[in-house]
Design a protein around this ligand. Structure first.
Ligand code: TXA
Ligand code: MG
Length: 327
């Protein structure tokens, strides 16, 4: 079968030290052999990512975690059993053999088992865990189609394994077990409520994405061409009537303004559907040469937490006209 051939081809490239963009249920990743520091270095280089920002290591089914980590605390084990394969990343104490370049010198390593069937096969055939930051240039939105990857990184990588649209659409939830109590480092594809229903209350944040853990050293925006405004109200955008404005709507809008373009995340207001469409919709709007994108907030529960986190990052950009904000 054609797909099998492509998966084999991708795995062969990894074995030779190459780098491959691969689909996951969350977003596309930029893969290299986690135990080959040269391949990992190329991942950093292609992505333009600072070397102090550690990578997630992806494993296939039946992988023996003790090859990567020295200990799996009981709560981490419970989450792994419940959510793997799936959009959950756990941060655990690493073994010495995990190259420092992967973890940016941290004593911990972030690990996850993605759910995409092509990718599980691809990792297994590669014969090694695969590092995978999101396959976007550093600081940009994560790609949710192979096309997005091709557009931005296509000429710099050895292969793109096309697995279609990412089903979840936002990155994995990251939970760290490094400190005494489990800590949520990034809201993502597994809702916090589901995690807490299994291991009880977890500490929240500080969140980070594409930046060093617990430090505010890097710009945290998504480097979009178009400014995104999240906190706004109808009356304070009145003076923008002559501008080209896009609307990122959560649900079918009860339209009151004339927008140049509207992207609806989920007509019926379903958070799961909204998450799956989020990055795609923002990219669509960003490509239209608009003056401004107005985003509608979503309820901050379940997948809504991850969506709001990403919308806040997208809106924390060059846009500084505070008179437009609703506060
Ligand atoms: O859904 C996902 O997680 C996607 C797909 C491809 O698996 N990957 C992804 O990777 O989002 P990346 O590199 O874009 O984001 C990983 C985040 C970064 O914010 C990084 O700082 C953090 O995980 N991270 C990685 N290792 C860590 C560690 N040992 N301790 C704390 N944070 C870590
Ligand atoms: Mg990323």
């Amino acid at each position: 079968m054609k797909q099998d051939k492509l998966i084999h081809q991708a795995a062969e490239i990894i074995k030779k030290g190459g780098i491959v963009a691969f689909p996951t249920e969350t977003v596309y990743g930029l893969g290299g052999d986690a135990f080959n520091p040269m391949a990992v270095a190329r991942v950093f280089e292609v992505k333009g990512r600072p070397s102090f920002d550690p990578l997630i290591v992806h494993v296939a089914e039946n992988y023996d975690l003790v090859q990567l980590v020295s200990k799996v605390p009981p709560d981490a084990q419970k989450l792994i059993e419940r959510f793997w394969p799936g959009p959950l990343t756990v941060v655990l104490l690493k073994r010495d053999n995990v190259p420092d370049i992967v973890t940016a010198g941290l004593p911990t390593v972030a690990v996850r088992m993605p759910r995409h069937p092509m990718t599980l096969k691809f990792i297994e055939l590669s014969g090694s865990p695969i590092v995978g930051p999101s396959a976007n240039p550093f600081g940009y939105l994560s790609p949710t189609t192979a096309e997005h990857v091709r557009d931005q990184l296509g000429d710099q990588i050895d292969f793109i394994l096309d697995g279609g649209h990412c089903e979840v659409g936002v990155e994995s939830t990251i939970v760290s077990f490094f400190e005494k109590r489990p800590k949520l480092l990034r809201p993502g594809g597994v809702p916090l409520e589901e995690i807490e229903s299994i291991i009880g209350k977890v500490e929240i944040g500080p969140f980070h994405e594409e930046g060093p853990p617990a430090a505010g050293m890097l710009p945290r925006h998504y480097a979009l061409r178009t400014p995104v405004l999240l906190d706004w109200s109808e009356k304070n955008i009145d003076n923008l009537r002559d501008k080209r404005i896009g609307f990122l709507a959560f649900q079918e809008p009860k339209s009151f303004l004339k927008f140049t373009h509207i992207e609806v995340l989920s007509k019926k207001g379903d958070l799961r559907e909204a998450a799956a469409n989020l990055f795609f919709a923002i990219r669509q709007l960003d490509a239209l040469n608009l003056d401004l994108i107005l985003a509608e907030g979503v309820p901050e529960a379940g997948l809504g937490r991850a969506i709001m986190d990403r919308l806040r990052r997208a809106s924390r950009n060059r846009f500084t006209d505070s008179s437009l904000r609703s506060e």
